[in-house]
Design a binder for this molecule. Sequence first.
Ligand code: SF4
Length: 314
Amino acid sequence: MKASTDNYQADHWKLRGGPAGLHVFNRTTGLHVLIEEIPVPASLHSRAPRQVSIALTNRCDLACAHCYAPKSRDELRFDVVTRWLAEFDSHGALGVGFGGGEPTLYPDFVRLCQHAARETRLSVSFTTHGHHIDGVLAEGLRGSVHFVRVSMDGVGATYESIRRRSFPELLARLKHVRSISRFGVNVVINERTLPDLDEAAVVAADAGACELLLLPQMPVRGVPAVAPRTLQGLRRWVESYRDPLKLCINEASADGFPICDPLVEERGLRAYAHIDAMGVLKPSSYHETGVPLGEGGVLKALHQLAHELAESDV
Ligand code: SF4
């Protein structure tokens, strides 16, 4: 009896030490508890970022204008990714988010999620356009994925003009997504999608989503950053939103929004790092340069990246 209790705890809870205290995380429920009363000496602070995103492949069968992923066939090797996951896990990372490109096009995607869930205590999530998620894929992922993020830029004709896929088809796919795990909806915010936000939030909540991630459009390859007036409109929308979805925003766009961040001392590389499909470690997916992950492992590359970022700030 005792052994099964221990197994339950080992599988569901993870501890992370940091400047704000002891961080307890349950990957199954998504519950975070920060115990500020327990000071953690600096020598015991977790050395890995809290969350890591990994672009498994640059391949994608859509062609969204705002996409930052290079259109190439670069893909990460399975054994290399699993080695990185083990290292991140043992140094205190809480979660990994797989992306791309489109991660469901990665040949070993199901096996990789199953490996990550079984061999690490990381929370496993992925970001997808959703159009390949059917009953078979959902069944393969169920139990090995703790959260799914589905990209949905606007609704109806807005969505279809950006993604060039059927919106009703996406809604049908959300039924399969819902059967995998808790899920959220990502919306790139620009002047076309902002007017749809009320309806997008209703559609997402009705489909069973628990979170709406707002991603103000970043400048990429000739596509401009979101216009200041659109950003102001988004701030007004956020202030007036009263419905049930949890609203989130990426750190780079959070200025001026009413955010709750109990881990203010854990920003930058302490909070988040990205590995692109060529194996380059970056502060975010939008950064064009970073540190190639060689044989030295992720912690060594993190150290070098932190050093380079500090130098560029001087
Ligand atoms: S679905 Fe995602 S990866 Fe594919 S083109 Fe659109 S933004 Fe890029």
